[in-house]
Design a protein around this ligand. Structure first.
Ligand code: TRP
Length: 334
């Protein structure tokens, strides 16, 4: 608890370009959470180097992601938006937690298996202990809730196990976090393969709308979206392409899917697609403009980076000192 509020922690990697799916499914909903929770949103740059990165690109992307958080409406006065690498407690706690995590547990992580298959030439120890760093992220802030996608549930479960194991030995040190199950955002699918989630790592760029796509590109991608040959607009699992377009339209306009269906009654796909394009543009254009504006305001963004790193450090150090004392490290002389 911080100031009577429960703590929420989440992190995003700055690799790949964020998509409309990331925005409508996650980011947009984060904005409403800061009234209820004390929120920490980290740009997890330390996780990114488990696969090779070009340094200049990583630095640039990390800054863009942090700026984007703010452009999307996360108030940096109310939400702690910071770089993981600016708070050394993440690495320090990760080391300690490494000593409370079993090889067998890490061996079972499906993401490790997938990533080591994909990067067979660089199966480094960091890739293996990645979930321990993630556990440190969460436990360092005594987070109560963690909004995560289904692909990160296994890591969150491991985090809970590590926290419980530690607490069993040393008493109540860590808050055992839960997955955040609140109002879930829209699940946006690929425009080209509507059975697959829209993804920032999709090889087919037409499947995803990126947050920085210009209006012409957005319109073109919407017009090319895969549909079906039924020719009528219903909200049904039998028409996954149309359903996805209606979901996007609803999420962008604030209408319900039923209202959207009504609006397009008797109309064809040729009318739906550009309407979806317009709706997406009307959401992304202001976000892009705000991103541009903020990107130019170097001093402001720098001040946010500094202030929020200080804030994160304050809470991180509190937990870290407690943990260090519990495991038997000597007290600091002040
Ligand atoms: N591993 C997460 C992902 O790739 C990112 C992440 C790192 C994270 N630390 C976290 C998410 C802590 C939630 C909480 O999506």
């Amino acid at each position: 608890m911080i100031d009577g509020k429960k703590v929420l922690f989440s992190g995003m990697q700055a690799t790949g370009n964020l998509t409309l799916g990331n925005y409508l499914g996650a980011l947009k909903n984060w904005i409403t959470l800061s009234d209820e929770y004390e929120c920490f949103y980290s740009v997890v740059d330390m996780h990114s180097i488990t696969v090779r990165q070009d340094p200049a690109t990583l630095r640039k992307r990390a800054r863009n992601l942090l700026t984007l958080y703010i452009a999307a409406g996360l108030d940096p006065e109310k939400n702690c938006i910071y770089y993981q690498s600016h708070v050394s407690g993440h690495a320090e706690l990760a080391w300690i937690l490494n000593c409370f995590t079993y090889m067998g547990e890490l061996n079972r992580m499906t993401q490790f298996k997938d990533k080591s298959a994909k990067h067979a030439d660089n199966i480094n120890a960091g890739l293996f202990t990645y979930p321990v760093l993630m556990a440190a992220d969460i436990l360092l802030y005594q987070a109560d809730v963690v909004p995560v996608g289904i692909d990160q549930m296994q890591h969150l479960e491991l985090t809970r196990n590590i926290a419980e194991r530690f607490n069993n030995i040393y008493g109540d040190v860590f808050t055992v976090p839960e997955a955040y199950i609140g109002k879930v955002g829209a699940k946006i699918m690929s425009l080209q393969e509507p059975s697959k989630k829209m993804s920032k790592s999709d090889e087919n760029p037409n499947g995803s709308i990126y947050l920085m796509d210009d209006p012409d590109t957005i319109m073109r991608k919407c017009k090319r979206a895969v549909t079906d040959s039924e020719g009528c607009i219903r909200y049904s699992d039998e028409q996954p392409g149309i359903k996805n377009l209606l979901d996007i339209y609803s999420a962008c306009t604030g209408k319900t899917p039923a209202e959207a269906v009504k609006e397009f009654e008797g109309k064809g796909y040729g009318e739906l697609k550009p309407a979806v394009g317009e709706a997406v543009i009307s959401v992304l254009k202001p976000l892009q403009d705000e991103f541009e504006r903020l990107s130019k305001d170097k001093a402001y963004i720098d001040s946010i980076i500094k202030e929020n790193a200080d804030k994160a450090n304050y809470y991180a150090t509190k937990t870290l000192r407690k943990v260090q004392r519990k495991v038997g490290f000597p007290d600091r002389i002040r």
